[in-house]
Design a protein. Structure first.
Length: 369
């Protein structure tokens, strides 16, 4: 079966219908009135503490928490729609939030399964703490990873985290480290302190996301801060089930570009939007249907070729649309005060974000056609 054979629209329609949820509606209003108008400035100056405080007041720092912690009870469809809305309004802000939000859901699941959480875990569920994520280096084991060494009462984490977004705003990191002899992945909450130091990264895209390389210098992690241990093989299987899919932020960013093409004075630019909008919607339908089917199957390699093809096609669509907007804006499209170049650089970031070797091969294979 090919990608084009997947036509069931129910998952994508449910995501769109989530606009009717009061919480999603409030976030959409905030995104249009606050995030979108300041996206260029945020890219230049960076996400700041005021924005994090706004997210906290809105309930975006714990929307995935149980209701007793103030969670929004939006479900999977609402969560996808939030990612679409925020990524389309301000990609830098979305990236900082996107490192944090999934861990809240993971902590909620851990608590529901009867495992107690450390005090900081309850603070996170209440939406009082912004997390940074340091998980993806496990993909590069054994060439590069954070090392977990067992010590009495806990672990020692050491190594250089390739990417941490929101640095300076987050007070706790979620770190996935590997104990090499047993090939065990240990995931824990690690407070930022004097043994966690940043090394600046000069990024051409998402420069406003406060993304830095962070070195852990023999950080002590008590057992109480560990939120999960699992075999490396299981971690990789679960990661494959996420990294191989086109994600909501692909479609949120694409919708932002389509909106601006639609508003262009150039008739040809509007024609590009008219041609590409149904194509993007088909990819969105395919992506969500395949992701849901994979989750139900419980197998990260379920219909892997089709999922990778959908992700590669989504990335190519993004680069095509952002090029079209740059062309339509002419010389203005490469100025720092124009959203065309902001979207173009964001699209390039999407191509390499969460990139596994399978994803890279699928992308390059498509480009070689």
């Amino acid at each position: 079966m090919t990608v084009s054979d997947v036509t069931a629209p129910t998952a994508a329609e449910a995501v769109t219908a989530a606009d009717e949820h009061p919480f999603v509606s409030r976030v959409a209003h905030y995104a249009d009135s606050v995030l979108r108008p300041t996206a260029l400035r945020t890219d230049r100056e960076g996400v700041d503490a005021t924005r994090v405080a706004e997210f906290s007041r809105l309930g975006l720092l714990n929307h995935a928490a149980p209701a007793r912690f103030g969670g929004a009870e939006v479900g999977r469809d609402g969560d996808r729609r939030l990612h679409e809305i925020l990524s389309g309004a301000c990609f830098n802000t979305w990236l900082v939030w996107a490192q944090h939000a999934p861990i809240v859901g993971r902590l909620a699941k851990t608590l529901a399964e009867g495992t107690d959480l450390p005090d900081i875990g309850h603070e996170i569920l209440h939406g009082r703490v912004l997390l940074g994520a340091a998980i993806s280096d496990v993909r590069r084991f054994p060439d590069h990873h954070i090392t977990a060494t067992r010590v009495p009462g806990g672990w020692t984490f050491s190594g250089a985290i390739s990417w941490v977004s929101g640095w300076g705003l987050n007070t706790v990191l979620t770190v996935a480290a590997v104990e090499s002899s047993t090939r065990t992945v240990v995931t824990a909450l690690v407070p930022v302190g004097d043994r966690t130091r940043a090394e600046h990264l000069d990024l051409s895209a998402v420069a406003g996301s406060r993304t830095e390389r962070v070195v852990l210098d023999d950080v002590t992690v008590p057992d109480g801060n560990v939120i999960g241990t699992e075999p490396l093989s299981v971690w990789r299987s679960n990661d494959l089930g996420t990294a191989s899919d086109a994600r909501p932020h692909h479609f949120g960013l694409a919708e932002a570009v389509l909106r601006e093409l639609d508003q262009s004075r150039n008739q040809r630019a509007r024609e590009v939007a008219a041609v590409w909008r149904p194509r993007l919607e088909r990819l969105r339908i395919q992506a969500y249907a395949l992701a849901d089917e994979t989750a139900a199957a419980g197998d990260g390699r379920h219909r892997i070729d089709e999922r990778l093809a959908t992700k590669a096609a989504s990335g190519e669509a993004l680069t095509t649309l952002t090029r079209a907007l740059v062309v339509a804006r002419a010389g203005h499209g490469i100025r720092l005060d124009d959203t065309a170049q902001l979207y173009a650089r964001s699209a390039l970031f999407v191509l390499v974000q969460g990139q596994t070797s399978d994803v890279r091969d699928a992308q390059l294979t498509r480009l070689a056609l």
